[in-house]
Design a protein around this ligand. Structure first.
Ligand code: HEC
Ligand code: HEC
Ligand code: HEC
Ligand code: HEC
Ligand code: HEC
Ligand code: HEC
Ligand code: HEC
Ligand code: HEC
Ligand code: HEC
Ligand code: HEC
Length: 328
């Protein structure tokens, strides 16, 4: 468990994640106390491990019959997988060790000469049930703490739809496939969006789906990640757009980047939502506006000269020198 915390701890921890991490470090009983209520609410259902040591046999025994099991796939040596070393934490009971940490107690299965009905097999288990086994160890930290409420899990997508402890095709993260192929397996329509003329270079490997999305859920809509300052994920890479500016373009701050841009790809330059910039601006800045954003001045007669709005209003994301965004 220490391994998990060490890795997750340094990354921009939200208040909630910090609470969760702390609750792992202190005695388990204390983690249940009232002040942890909000943290507990975000936690997912986990598998209730039987703790009687007599029910367990240990990985060495499993291997006497399943000697082929650890040698499958790209991760061809279970001993070298992250699960082997780390689940051998001798300070915790056998229910956290080796094969049985995931498959549950195996004594009855062994005594029955390999009775299939006496061991938990992930085959045919629901996404919730299978994931509960993993979450006992993986629900802590910002990355996974809201998985139980994620759009993925609530739509029946569990850990082992993307990961495979035995047969992983990828050496990193025990993934069944590399991104974006993994994601396109279910999100085929997105593949087409990333082949449009102007796009984030996901297919080229420059940007990953998981740079913007947390496939394990998180706390924002669309499973989006946030920037380090808990702001829109776009600032992670486009920090020059973050400001603060003396003159903010309110739409950037309030509606966010997607008011004007498509995040994946577009046939319009700069991934704008509209092919012509003027039409984009006029959606909010009508020529006659009683309320809301300022009306586009009538001297902007939409002759050629006034169509290219950003030719004059160049600092469209915000300015430190000019109210009308003429200069940065
Ligand atoms: C005495 C030999 C033996 C030992 C020891 C043993 N198994 Fe098995 N196991 C079997 C046999 C036989 C099967 C059935 C194989 C089949 O029918 O495909 C099996 C099947 C399984 C399955 C698959 C169930 C399914 O529905 O397909 C799992 C998971 C499993 N064992 C895990 C374990 C674990 C974990 C341990 C250690 C706790 C263990 N086994 C120890 C013999 C053994
Ligand atoms: C991190 C959790 C985890 C650990 C640890 C683990 N397994 Fe599994 N095991 C799974 C999952 C998930 C599946 C089902 C997915 C799959 O088919 O690969 C599975 C499937 C199996 C099966 C079903 C047969 C098959 O070929 O798919 C057997 C047998 C098995 N495990 C035995 C073992 C043994 C023996 C160990 C210890 C050496 C072990 N497992 C350790 C998660 C785990
Ligand atoms: C929809 C696919 C998907 C699902 C479902 C999923 N993962 Fe992941 N997971 C990924 C991808 C992709 C990565 C690699 C992330 C990256 O490259 O930034 C990853 C990374 C990880 C990591 C290593 C990174 C870290 O933050 O520690 C762990 C551990 C992990 N997943 C565990 C789980 C567990 C446990 C579940 C179920 C509760 C789960 N995952 C469900 C896709 C998924
Ligand atoms: C007994 C606790 C335990 C259980 C149960 C468990 N894991 Fe893990 N897992 C760990 C630890 C510890 C690590 C190592 C974390 C680290 O590298 O910091 C790890 C690492 C991982 C990684 C990251 C691998 C990498 O390359 O960094 C993935 C993915 C993962 N687990 C998925 C799963 C899935 C899926 C399940 C359920 C089938 C599962 N785990 C069940 C303890 C567990
Ligand atoms: C540059 C950041 C970024 C990258 C990279 C990215 N997305 Fe998105 N994605 C977003 C944003 C922002 C939204 C929300 C759009 C909105 O609210 O209008 C979104 C929405 C979605 C949605 C839900 C809404 C819809 O359009 O169906 C899915 C599914 C999705 N993305 C999948 C993916 C997949 C799969 C990948 C990788 C192949 C990916 N995304 C890569 C930023 C990104
Ligand atoms: C096993 C199938 C499967 C895989 C693999 C998968 N997804 Fe999903 N994903 C779904 C389903 C089902 C939904 C919910 C229905 C929908 O919105 O399409 C969903 C929804 C989403 C959403 C939309 C959330 C919302 O609020 O609308 C995003 C974003 C997303 N997935 C990103 C990813 C990313 C990134 C990957 C790859 C790391 C990935 N998915 C891999 C099945 C999958
Ligand atoms: C992981 C880093 C990363 C994140 C996060 C990111 N971008 Fe980008 N973005 C890039 C890179 C790199 C380019 C350069 C494009 C290229 O040359 O492929 C780019 C280019 C762009 C462009 C200009 C495209 C063009 O045609 O010149 C726009 C607009 C854009 N991003 C908007 C966004 C929005 C909106 C978000 C949030 C939804 C976002 N970006 C999140 C990395 C990122
Ligand atoms: C009010 C509409 C609007 C909003 C909101 C908006 N943009 Fe833009 N953005 C534009 C326009 C218009 C252009 C093209 C400017 C040009 O052609 O000179 C552009 C260009 C860009 C470019 C490429 C050129 C450059 O300046 O680097 C990037 C990257 C970009 N935007 C990122 C973002 C990000 C990130 C956000 C959210 C913080 C955002 N935009 C919000 C209208 C907008
Ligand atoms: C999503 C709606 C939206 C879009 C699209 C949009 N704006 Fe704005 N804009 C606003 C809001 C809201 C304000 C702040 C209220 C105000 O002062 O009018 C604002 C303010 C401005 C101002 C400053 C007005 C003043 O009096 O201080 C200018 C100039 C401006 N926008 C130009 C543009 C241009 C050019 C475009 C197209 C590239 C554009 N806007 C696209 C919503 C939008
Ligand atoms: C040739 C340069 C030029 C172009 C092109 C241009 N504008 Fe302007 N814009 C101006 C000037 C000059 C002002 C007036 C600033 C002042 O009042 O001092 C202005 C003011 C504005 C204002 C603020 C009005 C107010 O009362 O606060 C908005 C909104 C605006 N423009 C929108 C647009 C839109 C939308 C487009 C594209 C359809 C556009 N502009 C194209 C030069 C331009």
């Amino acid at each position: 468990m220490v391994g998990i915390n060490r890795r997750w701890f340094p990354i921009s921890i939200s208040f909630l994640a910090a609470l969760l991490a702390v609750s792992v470090l202190i005695a388990p009983g204390r983690a249940q106390q009232g002040d942890k209520k909000s943290a507990a609410a975000g936690q997912s259902k986990t598998y209730d491990r039987p703790t009687d040591p007599a029910l367990y046999v240990g990985a060495e025994t499993c291997k006497t019959c399943h000697e082929d099991m650890p040698t499958h796939g790209f991760i061809n040596n279970y001993e070298s997988s992250p699960h082997f070393a780390t689940t051998l934490d001798t300070k915790r009971g056998p229910e956290w060790h080796g094969c049985e940490a995931c498959h549950g107690p195996g004594k009855e299965h062994v005594d029955g000469g390999g009775d299939k009905t006496k061991i938990f097999s992930f085959k045919g288990a629901s996404a919730q049930e299978a994931s509960a086994r993993c979450l006992g160890c993986h629900q802590y930290g910002e990355e996974h703490s809201n998985y139980g409420r994620s759009v993925h899990l609530t739509n029946g997508v569990g850990c082992i739809d993307c990961h495979d402890p035995h047969y992983a095709k990828e050496s990193q993260f025990l993934l069944k496939a590399k991104q974006p192929v993994l994601c396109y397996g279910c999100h085929q329509d997105k593949k087409q969006e990333f082949t449009r003329t102007f796009h984030h270079r996901v297919n080229e490997g420059l940007v990953k789906c998981t740079d913007c999305h947390n496939p394990h859920g998180g706390f924002l809509t669309r499973q989006l990640r946030a920037s380090a300052s808990q702001d829109t994920v776009c600032y992670k890479c486009h920090s020059d757009k973050a400001g603060p500016f003396v003159y903010e373009h309110e739409s950037v701050k309030i509606e966010g980047c997607v008011a004007c841009h498509t995040p994946h790809g577009s046939s319009n330059p700069r991934m704008l939502r509209r092919a012509q910039v003027n039409l984009l601006c006029l959606e909010c800045h009508a020529f006659t506006a009683d309320a809301g954003p300022a009306a586009t001045p009538t001297f902007h007669n939409q002759a050629q000269k006034y169509q290219a709005c950003t030719l004059c209003h160049t600092a469209i994301h915000g300015s430190n020198s000019n109210q009308f965004f003429f200069t940065p």
